[in-house]
Design a protein around this ligand. Structure first.
Ligand SMILES: Nc1ncnc2c1ncn2[C@@H]1O[C@H](COP(=O)(O)OP(=O)(O)OP(=O)(O)O)[C@@H](O)[C@H]1O
Ligand SMILES: [Mg+2]
Length: 357
């Protein structure tokens, strides 16, 4: 089985005729950590609810762990665990009682049940609170309980819908490590999140969903590379149009040319280099480099340098600084982040929807 999740034109129309999922084609490879990103209301939770057999689909097809969600829901349910967006535990039961209830629901073998629950409670460091009522727990403790409950039957595929919202940084890390560990053990993890750092850090592949459709799918680095590529392509197209208009007549087309020029996106790469012994020769040498657009000397030994983007630009800068006797303490680049990708892709989709494409 190549894919743990596979959907073909999956559709969900709610009772009020709202189409929340619109011919969705989503693939998550088996034994990977797949991220699902998307703006509020994009249809992420609706998709997860269909894939975990909590709500019926309206159309299309989906297979989870190789089983059809409509025709083989029991097969699907036995192989999945789910940490929902809103914690759904019994408030008047204790942590342990909640987990036991889940274990019994999934017919976990009584012989191994107690040990299994002990191990999981210890794994996420919530065993000390196992006899507390859920209603008396903090949000993070409830989330940990929810994670334990979702894992008690050893699922092959674990769905987590915004599992780290509101958690403190240490607890977040516990959950990230747990997701990576579970994946190392051969499980597939589906992670819905608005935390770009989290998704970038742990996901092998990301699907960005907007208005119920997949609008991008790649590795985190692949998405960032695509963003730069699209930006460069867009600028190239604008420059060609400007050239054509200039050849036709600069004066007649001045307004349009100026408009196009202002729509060019800054492609330069900005880096910050900390050098403890900046001197005038060093800065002059940097300014002379072909790859350098601009150098600004800031306080505390900081050089803010704008570069023409190329694989060797940063190399040239380092070599030049060293040749002038500079002591480089650190270099920071401002490559696109996953958040840049998210904003660019979802803004584009919104614009297309507005224009009726
Ligand atoms: N039971 C329902 N009846 C009607 N519409 C619904 C229902 N549940 C969700 N929706 C709508 O479907 C759309 C998708 O909702 P969904 O919860 O799947 O979004 P999401 O991507 O998970 O968003 P968020 O990031 O805010 O969690 C939204 O417009 C929402 O209002
Ligand atoms: Mg949601």
């Amino acid at each position: 089985m190549k894919y743990a999740i596979e959907t073909h034109d999956l559709v969900k129309v709610y009772d009020n005729d709202f189409k929340a999922v619109d011919n969705l084609n989503l693939y998550v490879e088996n034994k990977t950590i797949g991220g699902i990103l998307g703006p509020n209301g994009a249809g992420k939770t609706t998709t997860i609810k269909m894939l975990t057999c909590l709500i019926p689909k309206t159309g299309g097809e989906a297979r989870v762990a190789g089983f059809d969600i409509s025709k083989q829901p029991d097969e699907v349910r036995n192989r999945i665990g789910m940490v929902p967006q809103l914690v759904s535990l019994y408030n008047d039961l204790t942590v342990r009682e909640n987990v036991e209830l889940c274990a019994d629901f999934y017919n976990v073998d009584q012989k191994i049940k107690d040990k299994k629950i002990d191990d999981l409670l210890e794994l996420v460091d919530i065993k000390y609170a196992q006899d507390k009522y859920v209603k008396n727990l903090s949000g993070g403790m409830q989330q940990k309980t929810s994670v334990v409950a979702s894992l008690v039957h050893n699922p092959d595929i674990l769905f987590l819908d915004e599992p780290t919202v509101g958690l403190d940084p240490t607890t977040k890390r516990v959950l990230w490590d747990l997701m990576v560990d579970l994946n190392d053990q051969g499980r597939t993890i589906i992670l819905c999140s608005h935390d770009m750092y989290e998704v970038d850090k742990i996901c092998d592949n990301i699907n960005i969903i907007d208005s119920g459709k997949v609008v991008a799918n790649d590795t985190p680095q692949g998405l960032k590379d695509q963003l730069l590529h699209n930006l460069e392509e867009n600028n190239r197209h604008i420059r060609e149009t400007i050239l054509k208009l200039e050849q036709e007549g600069i004066d007649e087309n001045r307004e349009e040319i100026n408009g196009l020029k202002s729509s060019l996106t800054d492609e330069s790469e900005k880096i910050t280099v900390m050098v403890s012994n900046i001197n005038e020769d060093m800065v002059n040498a940097l300014e002379m480099l072909d790859v350098v657009n601009d150098v600004k000397t800031m306080g505390n030994g900081r050089l803010n340098i704008s570069l023409k983007r190329s694989e060797t630009s940063v190399n040239h800068v380092i070599t030049s600084i060293l040749a002038n006797g500079g002591n480089i303490a650190s270099i920071k680049t401002n490559d696109p982040t996953l958040e840049d990708v998210f904003v660019a892709i979802t803004a584009k989709t919104r614009k297309e929807i507005k224009n009726g494409n």
